[in-house]
Design a protein. Structure first.
Length: 223
C-alpha cells in the first residue's frame, strides 16, 4: 500500500468518517501549500504534547493554555510532565458541587458547555457499553466513576444529584442502566437523586450533535 492510500486509511478510522470523506481530506492536504501542511503538523504535535487528562473528571484538556501557539521544546516537555492535574471545570470553586453529570465523551462535554445551561461537575465515562458486552468495566471508567461518586458523597451535604447524560441509543440507554445500578449499590440509602435527560432528545439522537435549545429542554425535563 502506497503512502497516499495509507493516509486515506488513517483518516477513515476517524469517528464518523467514511472512505469517501477520507479521500477528500487527503487530496485537500495534497493541494495545500507546504507552509500550511507544516503548521498543521506542528499544531497536532503541540496539542498532543500539551493534552492532559483531568484527575477527577477524566476530561482531556490543554495543560497550560497561556502558552503561545509556538512553544519551545523545553516548555512542551515540562508541561507534558505534569501528571494528574485538574481541568478548569474541576478546579473552579464557583461550579455547583452538588450536581454531577455523567457523559460518554469529551465531545459531549463541549456540547453541554456551549448550551450555557449547566453549571455543575462532570465525569467522562470514555464511551458506552454495547448491549451484548459482558465486561463493562473494560469499556468505560466505571470503577473511577464509583470512586468519584464515593468521594463527592462522603460529605452528606455535598452531592445531591447525578445526571446520566448519555445518548438515547440502545448502547447509551444500556450504559445508563449499568451505571445507575452500580451507583445505587454504593450509595445504599443516601438521598442522592439519579436522573436522566428529558425527552428533549429524540430516541436515537447523539448528544454531540444536539443544539443548545435541545440541551436546555433535556436538562429542564430530566427525570
Amino acid at each position: 500500500m502506497d503512502s497516499l492510500h495509507r493516509l486515506e486509511e488513517l483518516f477513515a478510522h476517524f469517528p464518523g468518517i467514511g472512505p469517501r470523506q477520507a479521500r477528500r481530506f487527503v487530496y485537500y492536504l495534497i493541494n495545500k501549500p507546504s507552509s500550511s501542511i507544516g503548521e498543521f503538523i506542528k499544531l497536532i504535535e503541540e496539542v498532543k504534547k500539551l493534552a492532559n487528562e483531568c484527575a477527577k473528571c477524566h476530561r482531556l484538556f490543554i495543560q497550560n493554555s497561556k502558552f503561545p501557539t509556538s512553544l519551545a521544546q523545553s516548555e512542551l516537555r515540562r508541561a507534558s510532565q505534569i501528571p494528574n492535574s485538574l481541568c478548569s471545570i474541576c478546579s473552579d470553586p464557583s461550579r455547583d458541587q452538588s450536581i454531577l453529570m455523567v457523559i460518554a465523551r469529551d465531545s459531549d462535554f463541549e456540547t453541554i458547555e456551549k448550551s450555557g445551561t449547566y453549571r455543575g461537575l462532570y465525569f467522562i465515562l470514555g464511551g458506552t457499553i454495547p448491549i451484548l458486552d459482558n465486561e463493562p468495566e473494560k469499556r468505560v471508567r466505571l470503577k473511577a466513576l464509583l470512586e468519584y461518586v464515593s468521594e463527592l458523597s462522603a460529605d452528606d451535604s455535598r452531592l445531591k444529584e447525578i445526571i446520566l447524560s448519555l445518548n438515547t441509543t440502545p448502547d447509551g440507554e444500556h450504559t445508563a442502566e449499568i451505571v445507575k445500578e452500580a451507583i445505587l449499590n454504593i450509595l445504599n440509602v443516601k438521598p442522592i437523586k439519579i436522573s436522566v435527560l428529558g425527552r428533549g432528545l429524540s430516541t436515537g439522537a447523539e448528544l454531540e450533535y444536539a443544539d443548545g435549545e435541545t440541551i436546555r429542554n433535556a436538562l429542564k425535563n430530566r427525570n
